[in-house]
Design a binder for this molecule. Structure first.
Ligand SMILES: Nc1ncnc2c1ncn2[C@@H]1O[C@H](COP(=O)(O)OP(=O)(O)O)[C@@H](O)[C@H]1O
Ligand SMILES: [Mg+2]
Length: 238
């Protein structure tokens, strides 16, 4: 049996009294890219926040390679191997590109895990190398997104979570991002939150579709596309 790498099981999450995620389950296998879809406010970022420990679920479990994470701190979850590229990128604007990568670097990573060096990141994003001494705030939106991905890779993750990385980027840059994700998915399992359906369908193996905090579709990208007409009402405009 193909074992799961990340197993989110029936999580429920709340903002104070507001019940936002209802029994959400996500299953990510090694070497796969799963896209989490849904219109604005569907609960995609909340789901990411629940996985990385910013908003611990009130019930349900989050397992990484069999280890329970749902009661761990964000720092422990990051060390366990979940890397986050947050919505809105949030690079350190007053640090240089190189410094942004260096502050994310892990000094210790358990044996057997892929260790990313700045050189590895520069190979995927040559422009980051060209701009290494520039302040991150002076980069274009696309370059900041690349830096945010590079920074997450420097934590040596086993699973990479990206929350709407294409938001606000020009079509040409979104295509470049698609190429980067294609390349990365051969090296690391990925959960990609997207509103850009074109990008999501280009790279996804699996799809989970949320509507008002509930899973309304979970399956392969082929099955999703076969049912897309019926699912269209749950998707945002893109
Ligand atoms: N910090 C918060 N406090 C209270 N409600 C929130 C907060 N963040 C998001 N919500 C609500 O939770 C729901 C899901 O939001 P979110 O996960 O950000 O959706 P998405 O990422 O799919 O656009 C929305 O109804 C939103 O208004
Ligand atoms: Mg969001």
């Amino acid at each position: 049996m193909d074992t799961e790498l990340l197993a989110v099981r029936r999580i429920n999450a709340y903002y104070a009294d507001s019940h936002v995620l209802h029994d959400v389950s996500i299953s990510l296998k090694p070497g796969r890219l799963l896209t989490l879809l849904g219109r604005n406010g569907a609960g995609k970022s909340t789901c990411i926040n629940a996985i990385v420990g910013f908003l611990p679920p009130r019930s349900g479990s989050v397992m990484l390679d069999g280890a329970a994470l749902e009661k761990c701190s964000p720092e422990q979850i990051s060390r366990a191997g979940i890397g986050l590229v947050p919505q809105g990128r949030r690079v350190f604007g007053s640090l240089t590109v190189r410094e942004n990568l260096d502050v994310a670097a892990r000094r210790q990573t358990p044996a057997g895990r892929r260790v990313w060096s700045r050189e590895d990141v520069n190979q995927i994003f040559p422009r980051l190398h060209e701009r290494r001494d520039q302040l991150a705030a002076s980069l274009s939106g696309g370059e900041q997104q690349m830096l945010a991905i590079g920074r997450a890779l420097m934590t040596n993750p086993r699973v990479l979570l990206l929350d709407e990385p294409s938001e606000g980027l020009a079509p040409q840059i979104v295509r470049e991002l698609g190429n980067v994700l294609e390349r990365l998915k051969s090296e690391i399992a990925i959960v990609l939150v997207e509103q850009n359906l074109g990008l999501a369908m280009k790279v996804a193996d699996d799809v989970v579709l949320l509507n008002t905090g509930r899973v309304v579709f979970s399956g392969s990208s082929d099955d999703f596309q076969a049912q897309q007409a019926q699912l269209q009402s749950h998707l945002g405009v893109s």
